[in-house]
Design a protein around this ligand. Structure first.
Ligand SMILES: Cc1cc2nc3c(=O)[nH]c(=O)nc-3n(C[C@H](O)[C@H](O)[C@H](O)COP(=O)(O)OP(=O)(O)OC[C@H]3O[C@@H](n4cnc5c(N)ncnc54)[C@H](O)[C@@H]3O)c2cc1C
Length: 396
C-alpha cells in the first residue's frame, strides 16, 4: 500500500478532537487560511488535521510496514546491531560491505549490487569512509580516494522552525497529563483498553500550509500545532498548561554540509546546517511568525490563550523576531540532500539512484532529494524506496 493510502486509512483513530485543535483550525480559517481535509489532495494549501503513518493506534515504521511482512522470505537475512563501517571495491565496482557487530568485523559480499540506505547523515559518512567524496577532504582525513565526487556531504538542507509558546487557559494539554500521576494512569488505561486518547496522537496533530504574505506564489510556511509546550527538545514539557505552534519555511534556500571528523567510523561527523543563512529563509520565517500571530489573535483560539509567553509581547520588530528565531529555533529533523540526485557536477547519484562513477552501488534514502520538499519527509522517503524497488526489479 502506498504511504499516502496507508496514511489515509490510518488517520481516523488519531482525530482525538482536542478542543484546542478544532479552535486552532477555526482561527486559521478566520485569518484567511482555507480549511482542508487532505494536504495531499488537489491543493496543499490549507489548515487541518495531519495524516499520519499509523496503524492500530501505533506509529507504523517502514520496518513494520514493509520489512516485517517479508521477514520469512528465504532470500532475506536481517542482521541487527551491526554498523556498516565502509564499502570496498574491485576497481570502481562496489563489491563488499564491512560491518561491525559487537567488535567483530563481518564482510558481506554483493552478488549483484550494493544498496545503501543509511540516511542523510549516515549515508555521506559511509561514502566518505569508503573513499567516495571530495578528494581534498578525503586526503585531509587520510582516506585513499576511490572516486573523487565533490557533492558527497554537500547540499545539506533541513526545515528550521520557530516555536510560539502559549500559556493555556484550560487544562486540556499534554503538559497537564504529565504533571499528574492519576491523569497519566488514566491515559495509559484508555490507550490499553480503547486504543484512543492522548497516547495515540502525533506530536503535531494539526497543521497548515499557508502563504506568509499575499504575494507568495504558493504556500511557503508550514505550521505544526502541538497540544503541549516546551523549550528545548530534551528539556521536558512545561509544568503548566501550554500549547505551541511551530512555524517553518517549507522551501528553505540555506544549504549546509556534512564532513568527517576523522577516519574512525565510530566518530560522529561534523554537521553545519547553515540555518537562516539565506535572506529568503529569514524573510519567510519572520513573515510566518507574524501570520501565526494573526491566527492566534482571531477566532476561538483566543479564548484559550492566557498569553504568548515565547517569544512574548515584547518581541515585535522584524529584527527582534529574527533574533528570537535564531536563538530558540530548532531542527524539524527533515535533513535531506547530502547525496543529491542529478546530472550536474555536484550530483552524487543519477536518476536511477546509482552513484556516479561507481558500478554496483545504489543509494535509497532521503539523502538523494536534490531539494527539500514542501512537507514532512517520511512518506516521500518511502516513495523513493518504492520507486527504487521497481527500478531494481527492472519494473520502471
Ligand atoms: C525525531 C524525529 C522525528 C521525525 N518526525 C517525522 C514526522 O513526524 N513526519 C515525517 O514525515 N518525518 C519525520 N521525521 C523525518 C523522517 O524520520 C526522515 O525523513 C526519514 O526517516 C528519512 O528516512 P531515511 O531512510 O533517509 O533515513 P533513516 O530513517 O534515518 O534511516 C537510516 C537508518 O540507517 C541507520 N544507519 C546509519 N548509519 C548506519 C551505518 N553506518 N550502519 C548501519 N546502519 C546505519 C540509522 O540508524 C537509521 O536506522 C522525523 C525525524 C526525526 C529524527
Amino acid at each position: 500500500m502506498c504511504p499516502v493510502q496507508m496514511a489515509r486509512r490510518c488517520t481516523a483513530n488519531l482525530r482525538e478532537r482536542n478542543p484546542l485543535c478544532t479552535a486552532f483550525i477555526q482561527s486559521g480559517v478566520a485569518a484567511g487560511i482555507p480549511e482542508t481535509e487532505d494536504f495531499n489532495g488537489a491543493s496543499q494549501e490549507g489548515i487541518g488535521f495531519y495524516h499520519t503513518t499509523t496503524r492500530n493506534a501505533r506509529r507504523c515504521s517502514a520496518a513494520r510496514a514493509f520489512l516485517h511482512p517479508a521477514a520469512k522470505r528465504p532470500n532475506l537475512r536481517v542482521l541487527t546491531r551491526a554498523t556498516a563501517d565502509r564499502l570496498t571495491f574491485d576497481g570502481k565496482r562496489a563489491t563488499r560491505g564491512v560491518l561491525d557487530r559487537d567488535g567483530c568485523k563481518i564482510i558481506v559480499r554483493a552478488r549483484c549490487e550494493v544498496v545503501v540506505a543509511s540516511g542523510c547523515v549516515g549515508l555521506p559518512k559511509l561514502l566518505l569512509l569508503s573513499g567516495i567524496g571530495p578528494a581534498a577532504h578525503l586526503a585531509d582525513m587520510g582516506i585513499p580516494v576511490v572516486h573523487d565526487l565533490p557533492g558527497v556531504g554537500e547540499n545539506l538542507q533541513d526545515h528550521y522552525g520557530a516555536i510560539l509558546n502559549y500559556r493555556s487557559r484550560l487544562p486540556l494539554t499534554v503538559n497537564d497529563i504529565l504533571v499528574s500521576k492519576i491523569k497519566m494512569l488514566k491515559a495509559g488505561l484508555q490507550y490499553i483498553l480503547t486504543r484512543r486518547g492522548p497516547l495515540t496522537i502525533s506530536a503535531a496533530q494539526v497543521g497548515a500550509f499557508a502563504r506568509s504574505h499575499p504575494g507568495a506564489a504558493a504556500p511557503d510556511v508550514q505550521f505544526l500545532f502541538q497540544t503541549f509546550s516546551h523549550d528545548e527538545y530534551d528539556a521536558g514539557l512545561h509544568k503548566f498548561s501550554g500549547f505551541a505552534n511551530v512555524v517553518c519555511p517549507v522551501r528553505p534556500q540555506s544549504r549546509g554540509y556534512l564532513r568527517l571528523r576523522s577516519a574512525d567510523p565510530r566518530a560522529m561527523p561534523v554537521m553545519q546546517p547553515n540555518y537562516l543563512s539565506a535572506d529568503y529563509d529569514r524573510r519567510v520565517l519572520v513573515d510566518g511568525v507574524k501570520l501565526a500571530r494573526r491566527v492566534a489573535a482571531v477566532g476561538p483560539i483566543t479564548d484559550h490563550i492566557v498569553e504568548e509567553f515565547a517569544p512574548g509581547s515584547g518581541v515585535t520588530s522584524d529584527d527582534e523576531i529574527l533574533a528570537y528565531c535564531r536563538e530558540t529555533g530548532l531542527s524539524i529533523a527533515h535533513q535531506v540532500g547530502t547525496c543529491k540526485m542529478g546530472t550536474d557536477p555536484m550530483a552524487v547519484v543519477g536518476p536511477d539512484l546509482r552513484v556516479h562513477g561507481i558500478a554496483g552501488l545504489r543509494v535509497v534514502d532521503a539523502s538523494i532529494m536534490p531539494a527539500l520538499i514542501s512537507g514532512n519527509t517520511n512518506a516521500p522517503t518511502i516513495m523513493i524506496a518504492e520507486k527504487a524497488a521497481d527500478m531494481i526489479r527492472g519494473a520502471a
